[in-house]
Design a binder for this molecule. Structure first.
Ligand SMILES: [Zn+2]
Length: 85
């Protein structure tokens, strides 16, 4: 049997497993984000929790202010997500 692929986190880039996989709503549902495929990206549970119901722009501000581990990389990844839209 083929191993299921979960891809990698759209924010921190780590390879996802069945334990860490979650689906990120780029524009949160609570902010009128759609449930369509284009609004959903693979994301690790930790980043998904960190981002919460922030928009990408708000998440970049959050990362800039708090400077967590790898924040520069995460900001770059956020900008890459933004460039998809
Ligand atoms: Zn992540």
């Amino acid at each position: 049997m083929k191993k299921r692929k979960f891809g990698s986190c759209c924010y921190c880039g780590q390879t996802l497993t069945v334990e860490t996989f979650s689906r990120e709503h780029v524009l949160p549902k609570s902010r009128n984000g759609s449930n369509k495929k284009v609004n959903k990206l693979p994301c690790c549970k930790k980043c998904n929790q960190d981002k919460g119901n922030k928009t990408i722009d708000e998440y970049i501000t959050y990362l800039t202010e708090r400077q967590p581990v790898n924040y520069e990389f995460k900001i770059m990844m956020c900008q890459r997500v933004l460039s998809l839209y």
